[in-house]
Design a protein around this ligand. Structure first.
Ligand code: NCD
Length: 480
């Protein structure tokens, strides 16, 4: 297998076979570190860290040094031409002409994709805002593999800030790819974003149980459980009986408890009020429960006060080992993306086929709904246009190609209006049958009726505001 020339922007850029092959190479890197000093000789890695970092930056740089390569770095936006108003694209092209590989951490969601689109060399996402952190996920998975031998069928509890924690978002998809069950234990108000949950079940199958089912059946659970994701690869008999399956899951031991700190730097104004509500600290007492007998206690670090120092001496604590794996995992990744190493993979090497969602091509007025998205933050600069894929027709849903947040626009039109006559330029409600009949290449969406009218469209008889529709009207429309 050769990963030469590829980038790693999200964890879904690697197939399961590629991740397993990378882990075999990680073993080799860890076992014979001294022998690797010639692997990336004469290669240069640019290390661009525009958000605070200790582990990720230093382990990437240590990895490149261990491979015999060189490192150039920038760690402060204020000290780069981005502060003068340079675009990410221009920066990427220039740095790509100096270095053989780029590692970037940036506060904007989707920034790593923009850099990968323009750099002309492999780009590794070392964290793009609250979106993803795929290399942290690689070392998290490696830690579980090392300790448990497999990910499939494991019960992994995710704890703390599941809303803004980018490590959590990448990890959720990786765990689903490998067939783990996921127990979600968010701090109050910091639940996994809807777009992540929807993608999880739509693209990886399985079910999410939450609300009453969890309240009733999860009463005895030692975890502050909010929801549970059950993999479709659980034993067939259980998959056939969702209720029993949930009970069985809730009784089993927790294989790993992945603790995260509140990502306060990403909170919206007033959001830290959620922190005033009590949420348990992971300490010796909590880990006394029988569900935690063999639990790996993990944390991407840094910790604040969510994980007690007294746990450090406990053999179940894995977080410092986890951080240490960062070097061999990243050595393996850099060597593979630079084509300095090849390994065998059991699958065909292509990432799990992502559904082939059609692109949304007629963007007149639609912007991403996420203010932290690179497509919003770089709007002053004209090269970057909002881009979406059409991922669902009912309800009509578009996904931003940069940050993956979803929008459900209320109004739509077709670019092929009837007989090409201007008076036939009509817009419709997105929950009318038109959302399913207009071809993707002709679809135009509007964030409001006034935007549709500003663009020269008149309301059709199907342009009722979705919010004002009665149930009968909606039901009646199905047959249109
Ligand atoms: C994480 C990050 O930066 O997202 N840290 C890391 O890379 N090990 C987690 C965090 O900052 O809380």
């Amino acid at each position: 297998m050769s990963l030469a020339g590829r980038s790693l922007v999200t964890i879904e850029d690697l197939s399961n076979g590629e991740i397993e092959a990378l882990f075999s190479l990680t073993d080799e890197m860890a076992e014979s570190r001294e022998k690797q000093a010639g692997v990336c000789q004469n290669k240069i890695m640019a290390s661009l860290f525009f958000e605070p970092s200790t582990r990720t930056r230093l382990s990437f740089e240590a990895a490149m040094h261990r491979l015999g390569g060189n490192v150039i770095s920038a760690i402060n936006i204020g000290a780069t031409s981005l502060a003068k108003g340079e675009s990410l694209a221009d920066m990427a092209k220039v740095v790509g002409s100096y270095a053989d590989i780029i590692v970037i951490r940036h506060p904007w969601e989707g920034a790593a994709k923009v850099v990968a689109d323009y750099a002309g060399v492999p780009v590794i996402n070392a964290g793009d805002g609250g979106h993803q952190h795929p290399t942290q996920t690689l070392l998290d998975l490696y830690t579980i593999y090392e300790a448990k031998g497999s990910i499939r069928g494991q019960r992994i509890a995710l704890w703390g800030d599941l809303k803004y924690g980018r490590t959590v978002h990448s990890l959720i998809f990786a765990l689903a790819k490998f067939g783990a069950n996921i127990l979600l234990c968010p701090s109050p108000g910091l639940q996994v974003p809807e777009y992540v949950l929807k993608k999880l079940t739509a693209e990886y199958g399985g079910e999410i149980e939450s609300g009453k089912a969890i309240e009733d059946k999860g009463k005895g659970s030692p975890l502050p459980l909010d929801a549970i994701y059950m993999t479709p690869s659980r034993p067939h008999q259980l998959a056939m009986m969702p209720d029993i399956s949930l009970e069985v899951e809730l009784e089993k031991e927790v294989d790993a408890l992945y603790v995260t700190r509140p990502q306060k730097e990403r909170f919206a104004p007033g959001e830290d009020r959620a922190m005033e509500k009590k949420f348990p600290v992971v300490d010796k007492k909590l880990l006394e429960g029988k569900a935690f007998k063999r639990t790996l206690v993990m944390h991407p670090l840094p910790r604040v006060d969510e994980l007690a120092y007294e746990v450090d001496a406990d053999p179940r604590s894995m977080y410092f080992k986890q951080a240490a794996w960062g070097v061999p995992v990243r050595m393996a990744l850099i060597a593979l993306l630079l084509g300095a190493k090849k390994t065998d993979t059991k699958d065909n090497g292509s990432p799990k086929a992502k559904p082939d969602y059609p692109p949304y091509t007629h963007n007149l007025t639609l912007a991403c709904s996420n203010s932290a998205c690179v497509s919003i933050q770089e709007t002053e600069i004209k090269y970057l246009k909002p881009e979406f894929k059409i991922i669902d027709r009912k309800p009509l849903t578009l996904r931003c190609v940069y940050c993956e947040h979803e929008v459900q626009p209320p109004y739509i039109a077709s670019s092929q209006w009837h007989q090409g006559m201007l008076e036939n330029r009509k817009y419709h409600s997105a929950d009318s049958h038109w959302a399913r009949t207009i071809k993707p290449e002709n679809l135009i969406v509007f964030p409001s009726a006034s935007k549709a009218e500003d663009s020269g469209f008149k309301p059709s008889q199907y342009a009722t505001s979705p919010a004002r529709k009665t149930v009968e009207e909606r039901g009646g429309e199905e047959g249109v």
